[in-house]
Design a protein around this ligand. Structure first.
Ligand SMILES: [Zn+2]
Length: 86
């Protein structure tokens, strides 16, 4: 009997986790429209924040594309690069 109760508890736990995963996916789906680019996260090289590629500020430097959370970070990153070179 104890085994049966344990089994039911595990089942409930499994459904609980599944429910939260589905709920989380539904919330994300609402926030960002469907599309591979919308789901993809990129890191801001200046402030290390992860942002959706779709909303990121893109800048190509020496053939490499950088993604920034804001124009402020892009500006600061460029300033930092200049300072590093000097
Ligand atoms: Zn940033």
């Amino acid at each position: 009997m104890a085994r049966f109760i344990l089994f039911i508890l595990l089942l409930l736990l499994f459904y609980g986790i599944l429910y939260y995963l589905i709920k989380d996916m539904a919330v994300r789906g609402k926030k960002w429209p469907k599309g591979t680019e919308a789901e993809e996260l990129v890191q801001d090289p200046y402030c290390q924040t992860y942002i959706p590629k779709r909303t990121a500020v893109k800048k190509r430097v020496n053939g490499k594309t950088y993604h920034f959370c804001s124009k402020e970070c892009l500006g600061k990153f460029r300033e930092k690069r200049k300072a590093d070179r000097a």
